[in-house]
Design a protein around this ligand. Structure first.
Ligand SMILES: Nc1nc2c(ncn2[C@@H]2O[C@H](COP(=O)(O)OP(=O)(O)OP(=O)(O)O)[C@@H](O)[C@H]2O)c(=O)[nH]1
Ligand SMILES: [Mg+2]
Length: 752
């Protein structure tokens, strides 16, 4: 500070009435105050600024959380706090004095800003009506920064792109507002349109702002459609040392509804300046029919006096009596024109311009006063305190508390996935060797039992076949091919089906007939895999009859004894010759043998030998088939089972990987948020301690007591504190000076 030039010159020859507006506080122990202020601002910045990065990181991490419910619900609050703490830190660091300008539409707010800043700012403040505040301050170069509710910022160099953006944003906002209203919801920019613009910062060369750190804030008029954010917009200035200027045209001075907003200002700001915008060019009709200068142009103070006497509300009158509200008739167009031209002050300064000088003098004096300084200190601390309280409340939000539980649940799920992955690996490397040995033995023994039964059954069938053969003239080959081999095939299939049936039943039992190790059993259980289901599935595709060896009898003619006839005896025919003569060659015994020959040459002994040889052959064949069924079929079964299991494990692995990566991603997000919130919370504690120390040094020990309006006691306390801390910087006794100021002020208000 000072926000406005210390030496704001009062024009020579100024009417006394105007001088009466000047506050005696323009004389202050400036150097000491400045030192105190500088020191405070540095320390304050050191306390608050370290909070901004953790806060930004916490908001960033929250922004990356995918689901909108849960901890993400604190994001809007986080962004809001980030914004307010950032603004507060900047305000104190740059020792900015905010001068907020309110008033109805087209009342001359921008014109007043031109006049105060000595630069043409109308152009930038006359942005399309959008419910945002426009902060105007000095800089060598022109630039615009747009800040959105979601915390994003955007910089512009030229006015045109800025204007285009604002127009676009305005339409977008209006549209969204309509949608939300149609749904019957209350509009909340943070949630309904987080990309809405909450603040515009304008930097431009402005002579009179250059010498100070004043920031002019143009506020949006309160017009019905976009009134929603007004509370939020003005929130950061509530109960602050910022001063408010209300601009109203004389024509509207007596309109009650214009002042509805004004009552709020009196509650929000410690000092309010009411600028009545006078139009000095107005003319009135005189009795002689001539047109002449109007009362407004000649004696604007009379209009103000009439207003004070007739129309002012009680609360406004009280504020005037307390010296918190002053009224200035100003011809803003003239004043602005003069300031922009840098015109020399003349003796006969027009009355409307004189009002402007009075207003500037008082504004400057107020912003340079000890009262303002103490208010600035205590406001900054109080604001910091209340933002920290809000931050702590947010850190203790149930959604944040629940975050820890959510992380634990996710960790458990992840452990579960790890265990299942290990189970999959266990099963994947299992060879299954030996798991089915017992099943093989069981099948063989069951099959063996069945063979016994089949042997008994087939003995009769073989005898019947032989009888049948004896009664016809068929060859030996036809006995095998036509009579016995179909019988053999049927018996073989019967055996295979018996074994297959047993396997089917066993396959759908818990472990599909196998005897796995405890480790494999546990792995199966962990994956919820039932070998029985897989076994049953395998059996549906497995045909136990398929691939069995073709049913062939090995009985040969050599095994059948042929009786010798007399001639045979004479010719010394050998046995195999007899067999050959009767049946044909042993490798193709296709020679038809008559019924007669069969009875005569084979007889009962031949029949019995044939029966025996065939029974042995049947039995041998079935034993071989049993080996095949219980060995090969089982091997086939195990192979299919393995393959099915492999497929199942592959599917599970994919499923698991997808689920696991989802959980890991979520866990990653939440862990990041948790870490960010943790470091934020640590920093919040540290900042709270620093702010508490600052409150002890510069304000009241109890921060809550800072809610009291800045009074002499507080000023004295600040002065005494300062003396202790800074002595011997100056030989001025600050507390005395501050007290002297206070006494002068009291005397002054009692005399007036
Ligand atoms: N005749 C006359 N015109 C004025 C006076 N003060 C301001 N104007 C004009 O009135 C118009 C509106 O003035 P602004 O300063 O832009 O008013 P504002 O309150 O900023 O308007 P919004 O921001 O749109 O609400 C401009 O064209 C000004 O030049 C005045 O005292 N007399
Ligand atoms: Mg304007």
């Amino acid at each position: 500070m000072p926000p406005l030039p210390d030496n704001y010159a009062i024009p020579a020859g100024e009417p006394e009435a105007i001088e009466a507006h000047m506050s005696p506080k323009s004389v202050t122990p400036a150097i000491t105050m400045r030192t105190l202020l500088t020191q405070f601002c540095e320390e304050f910045d050191g306390a608050i600024r370290p909070l901004l990065s953790p806060l930004t990181r916490a908001a960033d991490s929250l922004n990356h959380v995918t689901d909108k419910a849960g901890v993400r619900t604190v994001l809007p609050g986080m962004l809001d706090l980030r914004h307010h703490l950032g603004t507060l830190a900047d305000k104190v660091a740059e020792q900015q004095a905010y001068v907020l300008i309110f008033g109805p539409l087209k009342s001359g707010k921008s014109t007043l800003m031109n006049a105060i800043s000595g630069a043409y700012v109308s152009e930038v403040t006359a942005l399309p009506a959008y419910p945002t505040m426009v902060f105007v301050r000095h800089d060598e170069e022109r630039s615009f920064t747009v800040t959105r509710y979601n915390g994003e910022t955007q910089d512009f160099k030229d006015m045109d792109s800025m204007r285009t953006l604002m127009e676009w944003a305005h339409n977008e906002l209006a549209e969204r507002l309509r949608e939300v209203e149609q749904r019957g919801e209350e509009f909340e920019p943070q949630t309904h349109i987080p990309q809405a613009i909450r603040r515009v910062d304008v930097r431009l060369p402005a002579n009179h702002l250059a010498e100070s750190s004043a920031v002019l804030v143009d506020t949006p008029g309160l017009y019905s459609r976009m009134k929603f954010g007004y509370d939020r917009l003005t929130r950061e200035f509530r109960n602050t040392a910022a001063s408010a200027i209300f601009v109203v045209k004389t024509d509207n001075l007596f309109l009650e509804q214009v002042f509805e907003e004004f009552e709020d200002l009196l509650e929000l700001f410690s000092r309010v300046f009411l600028v009545v915008n006078v139009d000095s060019t107005k003319r009135d009709l005189f009795p002689d029919g001539e047109l002449g200068p109007s009362l407004e142009s000649q004696h604007p103070d009379r209009i103000v006096a009439a207003y004070q006497n007739l129309a002012m509300t009680n609360s406004m009158r009280k504020a005037v009596d307390e010296g918190r509200l002053k009224i200035y008739p100003v011809d803003l167009l003239q004043a602005a024109s003069m300031r922009l031209r840098g015109a020399e002050l003349e003796d006969d300064v027009p009355v409307g311009v004189a009002g402007f000088h009075a207003f500037m003098g008082d504004l400057s004096a107020y912003l340079n006063s000890a009262e303002y300084l103490v208010a600035f200190l205590s406001d900054s601390l109080r604001q910091a305190w209340s933002l920290l309280e809000e931050l702590k409340a947010l850190e203790a939000d149930p959604a944040v508390v629940k975050l820890g539980e959510q992380i634990d649940v996710l960790k458990q799920r992840k452990h579960g996935f790890d265990a299942r992955e290990r189970a999959i690996a266990t099963l994947a490397r299992t060879t299954w060797d030996g798991f089915f040995t017992k099943l093989g033995e069981d099948l063989a023994s069951i099959g063996g039992g069945r063979i016994e039964k089949l042997r008994e059954q087939t003995a009769d069938q073989i005898a019947a076949g032989i009888d049948h053969w004896f009664e016809a003239d068929g060859s030996f080959a036809s006995l095998l091919d036509d009579e016995l081999e179909p019988l053999l095939g049927g018996t073989r299939d019967d055996l295979a089906r018996t074994v297959g049936g047993v396997l089917s039943t066993v396959a759908s039992t818990e472990f599909a007939g196998g005897h796995p190790t405890a480790e494999v059993k546990q792995a199966l259980q962990q994956l919820g895999l039932s070998l029985g289901n897989l076994g049953a599935r395998c059996m549906r595709t497995l045909d136990s009859v398929e691939g069995l060896a073709e049913a062939r009898l090995k009985v040969s003619t050599a095994m059948v004894p042929v009786k010798r006839g007399f001639i045979d005896f004479l010719l010394l025919r050998r046995h195999h010759t007899l067999q050959k003569r009767l049946f044909g060659p042993s490798e193709a015994p296709v020679k038809p043998v008559s019924r007669h020959a069969k009875t005569r040459r084979l007889g009962d002994s031949g029949r019995a030998a044939l029966q025996h040889a065939l029974e042995v052959d049947f039995s041998d064949y079935l034993n071989g088939a049993l080996d095949h069924v219980s060995g090969n079929v089982l091997a086939h079964y195990v192979e299919v089972l393995r393959k099915t299991l492999r497929g199942e494990l592959k599917r599970l692995k994919h499923e698991l990987a997808a689920e696991k990566s989802g959980v890991e991603q979520r866990l990653g997000e939440l862990t990041k948020v948790s870490a960010a919130l943790e470091s934020l919370s640590i920093q919040t504690e540290a900042t709270t301690a620093s702010v508490a120390a600052l409150s002890t040094r510069y304000g009241e020990t109890d921060p809550l007591a800072l809610d009291e309006p800045a009074d002499a006691g507080l000023a004295e306390a600040a002065g005494a504190e300062l003396e202790q801390q800074l002595a011997p910087v100056e030989d001025v006794d600050v507390s005395e000076r501050l007290e002297a100021d206070q006494t002068a002020e009291t005397e002054r208000s009692s005399t007036s």
